[in-house]
Design a protein around this ligand. Sequence first.
Ligand code: NDP
Ligand code: PMR
Length: 420
Amino acid sequence: MALQAAASFLPSTISARKETSFLGVSLSDHGKSDFISSLSSKNSCPKRIVSVGGVRAQTAAVATPAVTRGPADGKKTLRKGNVIITGASSGLGLATAKVLAETGKWHVTMACRDFLKAERAAKSAGMNKDSYDVMHLDLASLDSVRQFVDNFRNSGKPLDALVCNAAVYLPTAKEPTFTADGFELSVGVNHLGHYLLSRLMLEDLNKSDYPSRRLIIVGSITGNTNTVAGNVPPKADLGDLRGLAGGLTGLNTASMINGGDFDGAKAYKDSKVCNMLSMQEFHRRFHEETGITFASLYPGCIATTGLFREHIPLFRLLFPPFQKYITKGFVSEEEAGKRLAQVRQLPSPPPSSLSAAGADLYFSLSLLQVVGEPSLTKSGVYWSWNQNSASFENQLSEEASDPEKARRVWELSEKLVGLA
Ligand code: NDP
Ligand code: PMR
C-alpha cells in the first residue's frame, strides 16, 4: 500500500526511451578526480574532500538538514531547494525560474548581468518576491564569476542545483568581440564563463545534503551534426582545438576554436558543443564520487526568445512560422521552461498525507532513481523531447560525444580560466 502510494508520486509523465547506447558516457575510471568520500563514524554525516579548481576544500554536510522529521507527527519534510539559473532575465531561463518558483519547492537565484532587467522580468512574470532573488553575474568576466560565487556563498544558502542557461548568439557579426579576459564572446560567455562557474560551484553542490543535486548545462540540436538542424551551415567543428589552445584572442591566434576565420553562427554552435562535452566530462570525473547528476538538454526550438535579437529582421519574422509549420520543432518559452524544470525538479517532497514509513519509502525510491533506472535523474545524459513532449535520452553527434575531445576541452578551458 505504502509502496503504491510512494510509487504513484514518482514521475509518471516522463518516459525515458533510450534510443541507442549513450556514446561517450562511460562509467569507467577514466579521468577520475582525486575526490574522496568518507562517512564520519560518529554521526554518519557525509564528509567529503574535493579538489575543485586546484583548491582542496574539506566540507561537511550543511548544518540545516534537507530532510527533517516534524515534531508532532514524525512526518518527513524536505526544505526548499535552492537553484541558481544563469540568464534568468529572459527566454528559457525566465520561464524555468517561474515554473520552479511556482512549485513552492524551490528558491530561485536569478544570476543575471542586468539586475534591473531581471527584477522587472520576474515581476512581470508574476513571480512571488519571496520565491527568488537576483544576483549579479556577468559571464563575460571571470572576475564577475568569482565575485558571484563569493556573494552566493555569503548569502548562506546551500546550493542544490545549478542551471547554466545564459547564452549569446551573434550570427551577423562581421568581426569578433571579446570578453573582459580577451576570449571571443560567444565561447567566452556560453562555455568558459559557465565552465568556471560550474567548476567553482561543484564544491557547493557537493556540500548540499539535498536528496538529488544537479548541474544542468543547456545544449542544443544545432551543435549536433547528426541532425538536420546541425547540418545547416556553418556547422559546428572544434577541429584540433588550436584556437582554444591559443586563448581565442584573435590577436596572434584565431578567435575560433578550430583556428579558422571568425564566424559568429559557428562560434555559437561550437560553444554548445563545448557545453555538451563539459557536461559529460563532469559526469565522468565527478558523478560516481559525488552522486551529483550532470545533464544537458535540447529544450526544443524556442524561436521567439531574445537569442535571435542580433539576427536580421527578416529572420526574426520568418523563423517562428518556419519552425512551427515546417520543421515542427517550435516550442513556446513556457513549454521549454517546463522541460528544463523537469530535468531539475525531481524528486518532489513527499505529500503531507504520507505516513513516516511512506515518506521513508518515498525518499528511498527517489534516491534509487538517481542511481538506478533511466529517468530525468540520470547523469551524463543529453535530454530531448518528442513532438508529444515525451522526454528521451538523445544521441549526441560523434564530436559532441568524443571523450578524448571532452578531456582536451576540459584541460584547455581550465588553463584559460586560471584553474590550472
Ligand atoms: P535569451 O536571449 O532569451 O536568454 C539568454 C539569457 O542569457 C538572457 O537572460 C541574457 O541576459 C543572458 N546573458 C547573455 N549574456 C550574458 C552574460 N554575459 N552574463 C550573464 N548572462 C548573460 O535566449 P534563450 O532563452 O533562447 O536561451 C537560453 C538557452 O537556451 C541558451 O543556452 C541557448 O543556447 C539555449 N537554446 C535556445 C534555443 C532557442 O530556440 N531559443 C534552442 C536551443 C537551445 P540579458 O537578458 O541581460 O540579455
Ligand atoms: Mg534551424 C529540421 C529541423 C530543424 C530544427 C529542429 C531546427 C532548429 N532547424 C531545423 C531545420 C532547418 N533550420 C533548416 C532545414 C534550415 C534551412 C532553411 C534551417 C535554418 C536555420 C537558421 C538560419 N535554423 C536556424 C538558423 C539560425 O540562425 C538558428 C541557429 O542556428 O541558432 C544557433 C536556427 C535554429 N534551428 C533550430 C534551432 C533550435 C535553432 C536555434 C537555436 C539554437 O540552436 O540555439
